[in-house]
Write a new protein. Structure first.
Length: 144
Protein backbone atom coordinates (compact mmCIF):
# COMPACT_ATOMS: atom_id res chain seq x y z
CA UNK A 1 0.00 0.00 0.00
CA UNK A 2 1.25 3.47 -0.82
CA UNK A 3 0.68 5.96 1.96
CA UNK A 4 -1.49 8.94 1.04
CA UNK A 5 -2.76 11.89 3.04
CA UNK A 6 -5.47 9.65 4.43
CA UNK A 7 -3.54 6.41 5.13
CA UNK A 8 -0.32 5.27 6.77
CA UNK A 9 1.60 2.40 5.16
CA UNK A 10 2.75 1.06 8.53
CA UNK A 11 -0.67 1.27 10.23
CA UNK A 12 -2.30 -2.12 10.81
CA UNK A 13 -5.81 -0.68 10.64
CA UNK A 14 -5.11 1.28 7.43
CA UNK A 15 -3.86 -1.99 5.94
CA UNK A 16 -7.05 -3.83 7.02
CA UNK A 17 -9.19 -1.02 5.52
CA UNK A 18 -7.20 -1.23 2.27
CA UNK A 19 -7.57 -5.02 2.15
CA UNK A 20 -3.82 -5.57 2.39
CA UNK A 21 -4.23 -7.77 5.46
CA UNK A 22 -7.32 -9.84 6.22
CA UNK A 23 -9.95 -8.70 8.67
CA UNK A 24 -13.36 -10.08 9.51
CA UNK A 25 -15.31 -7.06 8.28
CA UNK A 26 -18.78 -6.57 9.68
CA UNK A 27 -19.53 -3.05 8.44
CA UNK A 28 -18.26 -1.17 5.39
CA UNK A 29 -19.40 2.40 4.84
CA UNK A 30 -17.97 5.25 2.78
CA UNK A 31 -16.09 6.69 5.76
CA UNK A 32 -15.90 3.81 8.27
CA UNK A 33 -15.12 0.12 8.57
CA UNK A 34 -15.78 -2.23 11.48
CA UNK A 35 -14.15 -5.60 11.97
CA UNK A 36 -13.78 -8.24 14.67
CA UNK A 37 -11.04 -7.65 17.23
CA UNK A 38 -8.43 -10.41 16.94
CA UNK A 39 -8.07 -10.49 20.74
CA UNK A 40 -11.68 -10.03 21.81
CA UNK A 41 -12.83 -9.29 25.33
CA UNK A 42 -15.86 -11.42 24.40
CA UNK A 43 -16.66 -13.10 21.10
CA UNK A 44 -18.21 -10.59 18.74
CA UNK A 45 -16.04 -7.68 20.01
CA UNK A 46 -15.80 -5.20 17.12
CA UNK A 47 -13.50 -2.29 16.32
CA UNK A 48 -14.93 0.66 14.40
CA UNK A 49 -12.34 2.75 12.54
CA UNK A 50 -12.44 5.69 10.15
CA UNK A 51 -11.08 4.86 6.70
CA UNK A 52 -8.92 7.98 6.96
CA UNK A 53 -5.90 7.64 9.20
CA UNK A 54 -6.86 9.50 12.36
CA UNK A 55 -4.91 8.80 15.54
CA UNK A 56 -7.21 9.88 18.39
CA UNK A 57 -10.79 11.01 18.95
CA UNK A 58 -9.75 14.68 19.29
CA UNK A 59 -8.17 14.35 15.81
CA UNK A 60 -11.43 13.15 14.20
CA UNK A 61 -12.54 15.79 11.66
CA UNK A 62 -15.89 17.43 12.41
CA UNK A 63 -17.39 16.11 9.17
CA UNK A 64 -16.89 12.53 10.42
CA UNK A 65 -18.17 12.87 14.01
CA UNK A 66 -21.88 12.24 13.41
CA UNK A 67 -21.23 9.32 11.07
CA UNK A 68 -18.82 7.75 13.53
CA UNK A 69 -21.38 7.86 16.33
CA UNK A 70 -24.16 6.64 14.02
CA UNK A 71 -22.04 3.63 13.01
CA UNK A 72 -21.30 2.95 16.70
CA UNK A 73 -25.05 3.00 17.43
CA UNK A 74 -25.70 0.49 14.65
CA UNK A 75 -22.97 -1.80 15.97
CA UNK A 76 -24.29 -1.59 19.55
CA UNK A 77 -27.73 -2.57 18.26
CA UNK A 78 -26.22 -5.44 16.25
CA UNK A 79 -24.72 -6.87 19.44
CA UNK A 80 -28.25 -7.39 20.75
CA UNK A 81 -30.01 -8.26 17.49
CA UNK A 82 -27.27 -10.38 15.94
CA UNK A 83 -25.56 -11.99 18.91
CA UNK A 84 -28.31 -12.07 21.51
CA UNK A 85 -26.29 -9.94 23.93
CA UNK A 86 -28.19 -8.04 26.60
CA UNK A 87 -26.27 -4.85 25.83
CA UNK A 88 -22.81 -3.61 24.95
CA UNK A 89 -19.76 -1.82 26.28
CA UNK A 90 -18.48 1.00 24.06
CA UNK A 91 -15.05 2.58 24.61
CA UNK A 92 -12.27 4.60 22.99
CA UNK A 93 -8.70 4.88 24.26
CA UNK A 94 -6.69 7.96 23.33
CA UNK A 95 -2.94 7.32 23.23
CA UNK A 96 -2.70 5.49 26.60
CA UNK A 97 -3.65 1.82 26.14
CA UNK A 98 -4.18 2.44 22.41
CA UNK A 99 -2.42 -0.60 20.95
CA UNK A 100 -2.73 0.65 17.36
CA UNK A 101 -2.28 4.41 16.81
CA UNK A 102 -5.42 4.70 14.65
CA UNK A 103 -8.70 5.81 16.19
CA UNK A 104 -10.81 2.77 17.03
CA UNK A 105 -13.99 2.43 19.01
CA UNK A 106 -14.56 -0.88 20.81
CA UNK A 107 -18.07 -2.32 20.81
CA UNK A 108 -18.17 -5.36 23.09
CA UNK A 109 -21.24 -7.57 23.56
CA UNK A 110 -22.32 -7.80 27.21
CA UNK A 111 -24.52 -10.09 29.24
CA UNK A 112 -25.26 -9.92 32.95
CA UNK A 113 -22.68 -11.89 34.90
CA UNK A 114 -20.19 -12.02 31.99
CA UNK A 115 -17.29 -11.22 34.33
CA UNK A 116 -16.27 -7.83 32.96
CA UNK A 117 -15.40 -5.65 35.93
CA UNK A 118 -14.51 -1.98 35.66
CA UNK A 119 -11.67 -1.48 33.23
CA UNK A 120 -10.13 -4.92 33.59
CA UNK A 121 -10.46 -6.39 30.11
CA UNK A 122 -10.00 -10.15 30.08
CA UNK A 123 -9.32 -11.53 26.62
CA UNK A 124 -10.69 -14.64 25.00
CA UNK A 125 -10.01 -16.47 21.73
CA UNK A 126 -12.10 -17.86 18.93
CA UNK A 127 -11.81 -21.62 18.58
CA UNK A 128 -10.84 -21.26 14.92
CA UNK A 129 -11.30 -19.02 11.87
CA UNK A 130 -14.67 -20.63 11.13
CA UNK A 131 -16.05 -19.63 14.53
CA UNK A 132 -14.70 -16.09 14.08
CA UNK A 133 -16.26 -15.95 10.60
CA UNK A 134 -19.59 -17.08 12.04
CA UNK A 135 -19.63 -14.16 14.47
CA UNK A 136 -18.77 -11.76 11.65
CA UNK A 137 -21.60 -13.16 9.51
CA UNK A 138 -24.15 -12.83 12.31
CA UNK A 139 -23.19 -9.20 12.84
CA UNK A 140 -23.25 -8.45 9.09
CA UNK A 141 -26.75 -9.96 8.89
CA UNK A 142 -27.95 -7.84 11.81
CA UNK A 143 -26.52 -4.72 10.16
CA UNK A 144 -28.11 -5.32 6.76
Amino acid sequence: MVATDSTQADCTFCRIVAGDIPGDLVLEEADFVAFLDQRPVFKGHVLLVPRRHVVTLPDLPADLRDGFLAAAQRLATAMVDGLGAQGSFVAVNNTVSQSVPHLHLHVVPRTKGDGLRGFFWPRTKYADPAERGGYAERLRAALS
